[in-house]
Ligand binder design. Structure first.
Ligand code: HAM
Length: 431
């Protein structure tokens, strides 16, 4: 009988975990640089936390079950409702704006495909208590800087920036009653993935046959200039909108080259109320790296606190693929720094003592446990990536010396046993 991980779940062997940690470390570094503090919540939540507010798509993807106490529960598919609950409960005592980040593992029962799994890690950064466009620009800049921190440039990815308020103003301008806006946003969200027939069926299903042209004209807007032309047609003034201000603020930060106005971005989740954005690879080969936006009413609807909020989630799956694609997956770091080798079986006790002293000094040290020949121990040292091998033989023990081989420099020196820990620390400190 053989066992495999469940579909959509990953085993992380050491080299895979090193890569995951590389990404998560960059997430944490950049979030802290923006003054964000880390939090976490439970991986299992009551089902109702999502049914009301997240939107159909995510609710259909829940890993839900009834627990032994008869509660209907689910593994968390996203962090935002947990975050909203936690912040609402503490909001009065927290200094505003609240800047919190988290790195949860999330679970969605999706059809497994490239860039989509049933679990993933997601950086969540959310800023609460600030309604102005600078808060939106701040979290978008953070998302961009995470990608830059990992070595990606404007040639590799872009931010597609939009605003539901602008979209709704244009739809009103085109004569569409606000009652139909959620249905129109639902179709726009899927538009890119639909062929013409499926597209017509989607419009018919949403009762929007008379508005196909208006909605499509809006969804093809890919720049500020195109937006101005369309806005003029519908007599909508977009010059002082938050969308303009967010765009300008990112320009002031020197991030203009990363950002494109793109009204096809509306985001599937039901709670967004204003700015919405997604990060994509430039070649458009992959799914979204990151998505987020402003959700000014969610906190109140979950916890009773009326505070404007904006944030994003960035997954490790698509980002990891893009980094690999661009040759930005770092070589795994060496596991061992010093191999302590014994020439004869009688030297083994001395290697145990020295390996332990090296570990006490904070170095990663190993010794051969099975009395193999010295040549094999040195080959093992190489295979483990060790820079130094300390060899202890009968003569060394008699004279109070050891031999230190630098496996990178291909040199060897005799060092007094008492001084070898300091010698190794100094050598490795400079490598
Ligand atoms: P989301 O668009 O559902 O947003 O997910 C954000 C990112 O997580 C996606 O762009 C994608 O990179 C990654 N992701 C999502 N589902 C999967 C999956 N099944 N497999 C691999 N990666 C995935 C949210 O979750 C919002 N709660 C984000 C947010 C935070 N909005 C405001 N604050």
């Amino acid at each position: 009988m053989t066992f495999q991980a469940l579909p959509g779940f990953r085993d992380f062997a050491p080299e895979d975990l090193a890569f995951r940690n590389h990404i998560l470390a960059a997430w944490r570094r950049v979030a802290r640089r923006y003054g964000f503090e880390e939090y976490d919540g439970p991986p299992l939540e009551p089902l109702e936390l999502y049914t009301a507010k997240s939107g159909e798509e995510i609710v259909g993807q829940l890993f839900d079950f009834t627990d032994k106490g008869g509660r209907h529960v689910t593994l968390r598919p996203e962090m935002t409702p947990t975050f909203a609950r936690m912040v609402s409960a503490r909001a009065n005592g927290l200094r505003k704006p609240i800047r919190w980040f988290s790195v949860p593992q999330l679970f969605r029962y999706e059809k497994q495909q490239r860039g989509r799994l049933r679990e993933h890690f997601q950086l969540n950064c959310d800023l609460v208590g600030e309604a102005g466009p600078l808060a939106d620009a701040e979290v978008i800049a953070l998302a961009i800087d995470v990608c830059r921190e990992l070595g990606l440039t404007a040639a590799d990815f872009r931010v597609r920036l939009s605003d539901r308020r602008v979209i709704q103003a244009l739809l009103v301008g085109a004569g569409l009653d606000p009652a139909h806006h959620p249905a129109a946003l639902g179709v726009v969200d899927k538009l890119e993935r639909l062929d013409p027939e499926a597209r017509d069926r989607a419009f018919a299903g949403a009762g929007l046959m008379d508005y196909i042209d208006a909605v499509v004209d809006m969804a093809v807007v890919r720049s500020w200039d195109q937006l101005e032309d369309l806005a003029e047609r519908y007599r909508v003034d977009v010059s002082a909108t938050e969308l303009r201000q967010v765009h300008d603020a990112l320009g002031e930060m020197g991030l203009y080259e990363f950002v494109e106005v793109d009204l096809s971005i509306v985001r599937g989740l039901a709670y967004y109320t204003g700015t919405v954005f997604e990060l994509f690879d430039r070649q458009g080969k992959m799914r979204a790296i990151c998505g987020g936006g402003r959700y000014d009413t969610l906190l109140q609807s979950l916890g009773g606190v009326d505070l404007p909020s904006v944030g994003f989630g960035m997954g490790d799956v698509v980002l990891g693929e893009l980094l690999k694609d661009r040759g930005l997956r770092p070589a795994a770091a060496a596991g061992t720094e010093v191999m302590v080798a014994a020439v004869t079986a009688e030297d083994l006790p001395a290697t145990l003592g020295l390996a332990h002293e090296l570990r006490d000094a904070g170095l990663a040290a190993e010794y051969a446990m099975n009395g193999v020949a010295l040549g094999k121990q040195l080959r093992q040292a190489d295979a483990r990536g060790a820079r130094l091998a300390v060899v202890i033989g009968p003569d060394d023990r008699a004279t109070g010396m050891v031999q230190v081989k630098d496996l990178h420099e291909k040199t060897q020196v005799a060092v007094a046993r008492d001084a070898v820990v300091a010698h190794c620390t100094a050598t490795l400190g400079t490598s």
